[in-house]
Design a protein around this ligand. Structure first.
Ligand SMILES: Cc1cc2nc3c(=O)[nH]c(=O)nc-3n(C[C@H](O)[C@H](O)[C@H](O)COP(=O)(O)OP(=O)(O)OC[C@H]3O[C@@H](n4cnc5c(N)ncnc54)[C@H](O)[C@@H]3O)c2cc1C
Ligand SMILES: *[C@@H]1O[C@H](CO)[C@@H](O)[C@H](O)[C@H]1NC(C)=O
Ligand SMILES: *[C@@H]1O[C@H](CO)[C@@H](O)[C@H](O)[C@H]1NC(C)=O
Ligand SMILES: *[C@@H]1O[C@H](CO)[C@@H](O)[C@H](O)[C@H]1NC(C)=O
Ligand SMILES: *[C@@H]1O[C@H](CO)[C@@H](O)[C@H](O)[C@H]1NC(C)=O
Ligand SMILES: *[C@@H]1O[C@H](CO)[C@@H](O)[C@H](O)[C@H]1NC(C)=O
Length: 524
């Protein structure tokens, strides 16, 4: 056969497949079949467009229905119903935490979206006696509420994300990384137990000792093995106050050496991050004029005067009665660092104010109409041995400014990441989280640069560079569209990952928006 003819055949075949999928997906019986299920919560079949949006604002797949569950059994009933329809039904189910995904990961084209926040405010129980205090929360709970609940007992979770209006189930399906991860590991290293609805519609408790394969699989598992309905989160005594410090570097080597030194110390800061400020002018006065100590938030708006600067950000927890000791410890640590002496920004804020700091920016951006816009974010994990190559190429060559959003950059230690979980990380003792957190506001005039297209192009240049230079990078909050790419992302871990899929969600019903596995086609 001529290749031309076979191309045509392939196209016709694809068209046929798509038509069949569309027919199944828009099955008119979905509402009546679901309504016949005895659930305590309710379904919404009409106003479903909210479930076709996320923080990325780039992918919009309409589901057929939204389930507002009242309990784990509601979710189990729905998944079991879909499971019983068998592989011939195209129906899928996606848990939606707070919808802060970037590329439709919490969406279910034509399927059922489970609004996990409906489980919020359920029973939250803090256990504060004994050696290892914990809190039991719903998978749909937001971290900000977990914080408020545990603070009532003088306790708080150990490991965080930078932003707290994210759901417990959503961050535990990824990893949950912030400036505490160097010491405590990511959030998935700080969980004792999960309650999960599997892809067969069965409710299972799991932990390191009970159903441990499902427990570790679900942590960092991208929602592929079950829906997390409850989680038991490790707590520690909460400090009242935080000393919050930012200092600036112009030399990348000094910056990263200091970061790495700080994360390796036993007695060190409680939170260590950093970010790059590239070629920003005219926002503050010239940086060379010396500063009085100022609010750390100012450092992020720093004028880098056409150059690239690096900001090291640290906090030290304390209670008011120990201010003196804290100050001595901070001074001792700062004396070992090589930042530009005139650039120290510091303040003292409450623990909650510090942890909830991004929410302040959110409110401001919302008021300017700059929150619900496309976010072409790119999050990478870069092995320590290649971070200098990476920085040399990306800062200044590919990126000529950082005005579209922050660029976070900080090291963590692999020993704090449990290799039994599903999360994929570089194969090196220390690796860096490098997060390009771009916003793409609409053009205000036709001659303006198309910020979305521009950011996406930069992202793909960064990814291409990593591939060509063999950086050994892994994506965090990974996004791929073909199974080939997913296999390469997982590498040696692919076999385990797909075995777990076969065991816990054999029909590939769950979290279709990750596009790792595809529900079997109707005739297979
Ligand atoms: C402003 C902002 C700041 C952020 N900062 C950080 C940060 O500092 N560190 C960090 O690690 N991440 C950070 N993130 C990323 C965040 O972890 C992801 O967006 C993550 O998806 C959590 O968001 P969500 O709870 O809305 O989950 P969703 O987007 O709703 O869901 C994410 C994925 O998990 C699945 N899922 C959701 N709930 C469950 C559940 N209960 N059980 C099983 N699967 C589920 C969904 O189907 C989807 O596939 C940030 C995101 C934003 C928008
Ligand atoms: C899971 O454990 C909790 C208590 O830790 C219990 O209330 C719940 O019923 C258990 N669920 C199942 C399915 O065993
Ligand atoms: C880096 O640190 C060293 C040692 O403190 C110092 O001599 C050097 O000037 C620093 N480099 C830059 C560019 O700041
Ligand atoms: C990483 O952690 C391991 C195990 O605790 C430790 O031996 C090593 O020194 C750490 N490396 C750095 C750079 O902190
Ligand atoms: C800084 O930005 C300007 C314009 O935005 C650009 O022309 C210049 O090349 C940039 N400088 C560097 C060092 O990237
Ligand atoms: C996980 O780590 C342990 C020890 O830290 C090691 O013995 C084991 O081989 C590792 N497993 C995998 C799959 O890498």
């Amino acid at each position: 056969m001529h290749s031309h003819d076979s191309n045509l055949l392939v196209k016709l075949f694809l068209l046929l497949i798509l038509t069949l999928i569309a027919m199944h997906v828009s099955d008119p019986d979905v509402p009546s079949a679901l309504q016949a299920l005895a659930v305590d919560g309710h379904f919404n079949f009409h106003d479903v467009s909210s479930a076709a949006r996320d923080f990325g604002h780039r992918y919009h797949f309409q589901p057929s229905a939204i389930l507002h569950p009242r309990s784990a059994s509601d979710i189990a009933a729905v998944v079991k119903h879909v499971f019983r329809l068998g592989p011939r039904s195209g129906l899928t189910v996606a848990a939606r935490g707070h919808g802060h995904s970037l590329q439709g990961q919490a969406q279910a084209p034509g399927g059922i979206v489970v609004h996990m926040e409906s489980l919020r405010g359920g029973e939250t129980r803090v256990e504060h006696r004994g050696e290892s205090p914990y809190v039991d929360v719903s998978g749909g709970e937001l971290w900000i509420d977990v914080l408020h609940e545990s603070l009532k007992h003088g306790l708080a979770p150990k490991s965080w994300t930078d932003y707290l209006h994210l759901s417990v189930g959503g961050t535990l399906s990824n990893a949950g990384v912030s400036g505490q991860a160097f010491r405590h590991g990511p959030q998935i290293s700080n969980v004792y137990q999960l309650e999960i609805v599997t892809g067969k519609g069965v409710v299972v408790n799991c932990s390191a000792t009970e159903n441990s394969d499902l427990f570790y699989g679900a942590l960092g598992g991208l929602g592929q093995f079950g829906i997390i309905t409850r989680a038991r989160i490790a707590l520690e005594p909460a400090p009242k106050m935080v000393k919050w410090i930012r200092v600036l570097y112009s030399d990348f080597t000094n910056f990263t050496e200091d970061q790495e030194m700080l994360i390796s110390l036993k007695k060190t800061f409680d939170y260590i991050e950093g970010f790059a400020i590239i070629n920003r002018t005219g926002l503050l006065n010239n940086w060379r004029s010396s500063f009085k100590p100022q609010d750390p938030a100012q450092a992020g708006r720093f004028d880098s005067d056409g150059r690239t600067l690096f900001c090291l950000e640290m906090t030290k927890n304390f209670n008011p009665e120990e201010t003196h000791i804290m100050e001595q410890e901070v001074e001792e640590l700062l004396s070992r660092l090589r930042y530009i002496p005139s650039t120290m920004f510091q303040s003292e804020v409450t623990y909650t104010e510090f942890l909830n700091r991004v929410h302040v920016s959110e409110m401001k951006l919302r008021s300017e109409g700059l929150w619900e816009i496309p976010h072409p974010w790119l999050n990478l994990l870069i092995p320590r041995s290649r971070i200098h190559d990476f920085a040399r190429e990306v800062f200044g060559k590919i990126l000529t400014d950082s005005s579209n959003g922050p660029i976070l950059l900080y090291p963590v230690n692999k020993s704090k990441w449990d290799n039994r979980t599903s999360v994929v990380i570089p194969d090196e003792e220390v690796f860096y989280l490098v997060a390009f957190l771009s916003s793409a506001p609409a053009k205000s005039s036709p001659s303006d640069r198309d910020t979305l297209a521009h950011a996406l192009k930069q992202n793909s240049r960064i990814l291409n560079y990593c591939g060509k230079a063999g950086i050994g990078m892994k994506q965090y909050l990974p996004h791929y569209t073909t199974q080939e790419e997913w296999r390469s992302h997982f590498g040696a871990r692919w076999e385990k990952f797909s075995q777990r899929k076969e065991a816990y969600d054999p029909l590939a019903i769950l979290a279709p928006g990750q596009r790792i596995f595809h529900k079997a086609l109707p005739w297979s």
